[in-house]
Design a protein around this ligand. Sequence first.
Ligand code: PEP
Ligand code: MN
Length: 309
Amino acid sequence: MDDCDSLTLPQNGAQRVRESWLERFAETPDVLKSPELEHTIVRVLDVEIGGDDFITMAGPCSVETEDQLITTAKHVRQAGAHILRGGAFKPRSSPYAFQGHGLAGLKMLDRARAETGLAIVTEVMSEDDVPLVAEYADILQIGSRSMENYTLLATAARSGRPILLKRGMMATVADLLRSAQVVLDAGNPNVILCERGIRTFDTALRNTFDTGAIALLKYISHLPIIADPSHAAGHSELVPALARIGIAAGADGLIVEVHPNPAKAWSDGEQSLTFAEFDEMMASVEPYIALRAIGLRNSADVRPMEAVG
Ligand code: PEP
Ligand code: MN
């Protein structure tokens, strides 16, 4: 570019230089809204994710004991949760930390589903484990640390189970959409995106909750988006506020860590809510969920994406 070109640029005005969302994310066309596909609704047991209902997934970070899991499952169900979370295969920051119970943990999740009727979301970390985890889980979670493992994504996608795709902690929105495209390309349309905070220069919280990304993803993509205030905050006292902000930004649901005794949790105790704190959070998000419902009813007025270029 010579000097002349750069000098003429401002005279073109904002309309000329503005890139369209479609062009910007052209690499991943199938994740973008189109007139034919405005919303993907992912159906799991009797739950619809990405539809009119707001969905709460809750449970411990790790499956520890049958008693811990079942008491948590019963509590979160009666408090209004729809899906039970809990890791049997755990990606940990330290290689010496608890890595999960594996198959024994999956069996506990199976029992919790039988007792409560809650659907199960649990992480799969390796391609080799996909058939086993898919046998027990209703939704396969791809963790942040695995978001760019395309062979894992494609293998998990081919299991036919819906995929909860957590944004990598160093991943851009475009990176997240590329990973979602990999799942769609493998023939699985049931992708649920998850914003769980990213690494930034600010280390005050565990991560920086990127709520702008939630608003953007809701605007450009037909895929449901779930907010994870637990991993974003890293501190239980901030989880309810981030949950409310996530809903206000447009999330279709939450995934929240809850433990009967967070001080004794085998992983992520600092960010896990007690049962009483979970009840309080559920009450405090109600007005935000009501506002979301009004927003959905009015969304017929929203201009189609092409028109905003
Ligand atoms: C989890 O959900 O417990 C977890 C490990 O999440 P993330 O992959 O987002 O760190
Ligand atoms: Mn966790």
